[in-house]
Design a protein around this ligand. Structure first.
Ligand code: PSV
Ligand code: MN
Length: 391
């Protein structure tokens, strides 16, 4: 195989998970705008995910968030997804929208609240079994708003106990991916604020707990690709929540604000996939790439297509980097030369390469144009009358 064929081959195997809540109307705390054609229930969210997969060929799974996607019969829901051409992917519990969680969920001082939270996570583990999901995607919103409000160490112990309960209940083939976020909804401290907090919890739990990096969950200026490299080298990077941001946790579609950052993250990923250390490369090859974006004013399906194709673009450019030459220049101390190699790849127009990938996958060369011409949006606008689904 030539280098170009290798790249086409790798890109044809790319797998990006879209998320059910990315297809519905969400917004800021000021206003939620509805757009026409928005799904009214989980089946219609799955329909939209299936459409994105049909158009891109690389989005075969859809993440669910419980209770937003709660149904009576999960096996039937998995069957429905399969009929549409997709599978159900990761399951996210929701530990932030019940009145009981005002002072914390797994970290609460109240044993009854902690019990409610662990019972909900167990419900999600059962759903994983019913739908055949292999990832429990955990984000804990717990934190405090004022100095003195909580005991950091007692909260941390409760958190570890609660996470262990879920970890030990996981189906044999499954793993937990543990997200961090430094603020919001709490504004003084968050119990899992950064990658170090998450990593130490994962290490305490066991091999099947890995860190989830949400691109929007870092302070401005933080070097995310460096965090990614550190976690990759320890075999503890388990997943991504993909989006982009200008300021805080903006949840804009991928590549909209800083495509160079997305590319530099992808470069760390493809290089770890080829690492000589088998454990590092196996861990890198089993990362979940999940979109976690919110369509606040834009149409949801095209926004999702943009994110999926932005991830393809980032990986295509990362795969073009001549990593042997790059390493030589690093060793030689050729600062400008090393940067030039990275930059050359970033500036390459990879659209012809992606057209070859799409040809291989049997999908349209331009998924967004194909979507606009398909009439799918107009059909949805006409059919989906009534209350749209939301949070
Ligand atoms: C929190 O901001 C987060 O990124 C978590 O992943 C949630 O599950 C998701 O957003 C949905 O609100
Ligand atoms: Mn997230």
């Amino acid at each position: 195989m030539t280098d170009a064929e290798h790249i086409v081959d790798r890109l044809s195997r790319q797998h990006i998970e879209t998320q059910s809540w990315g297809y519905v109307s969400t917004g800021t705390r000021f206003k939620v705008y509805n757009t026409p054609g928005t799904p009214r229930d989980v089946h219609e969210k799955i329909d939209d995910a299936a459409l994105v997969h049909r158009l891109t060929g690389v989005a075969p799974t859809v993440a669910l968030h419980i209770p937003w996607d709660r149904v009576d019969d999960y096996a039937a829901l998995a069957g429905y997804a399969q009929e549409q051409g997709v599978r159900i992917g990761s399951i996210s519990p929701n530990l932030f929208q019940d009145d009981a969680y005002r002072l914390g969920s797994l970290t609460s001082e109240d044993a009854a609240v902690r019990k409610q939270a662990t019972a909900h996570v167990r419900e999600c583990v059962d759903i994983m079994t019913a739908v055949g999901s292999d990832r429990l995607s955990m984000w804990i919103a717990d934190g405090t708003n004022y100095p003195g409000q909580g005991s950091f160490r007692r909260r941390r112990r409760h958190l570890e106990d609660g996470l262990r309960d879920a970890y030990e209940a996981l189906p044999g083939h499954a793993e937990m991916i543990l997200e961090y976020k430094f603020f919001e909804p709490a504004f003084y401290h968050t119990d899992i604020a950064d990658w170090g907090q998450s990593l130490t919890l994962c290490e305490a739990l066991g091999e099947r707990a890995r860190v989830l990096v949400d691109i929007g969950h870092h302070a401005l200026g933080v070097n995310i690709e460096h965090i990614v490299a550190t976690l990759l080298d320890r075999g503890r990077l388990g997943g991504f929540d993909l989006n982009s941001k200008k300021y805080g946790d903006d949840d804009l579609f991928v590549g909209a604000i800083n495509p160079q950052e997305t590319f530099l993250i992808a470069l760390e990923l493809v290089s770890a996939e080829d690492d000589a250390d088998a454990a590092v490369s196996a861990a890198a090859r089993s990362i979940l790439y999940k979109i976690d974006q919110c369509a606040m004013i834009e149409d949801k399906i095209p926004a999702m297509i943009r994110s999926v194709t932005a991830m393809q673009t980032a990986f295509a450019k990362a795969l073009l980097v001549d990593r042997d030459a790059l390493d030589r220049r690093r060793v030689e101390g050729d600062v400008v030369g090393a940067n030039e190699i990275v930059n050359d790849a970033f500036e390459t127009d990879v659209r012809p390469l992606l057209a070859r990938v799409r040809d291989r996958l049997g999908v349209p060369a331009d998924p967004l144009a194909a979507y606009r011409e398909s009439g799918e949006q107009e059909r949805r606008n006409a059919e989906r009358v009534g209350t749209p689904a939301g949070w």
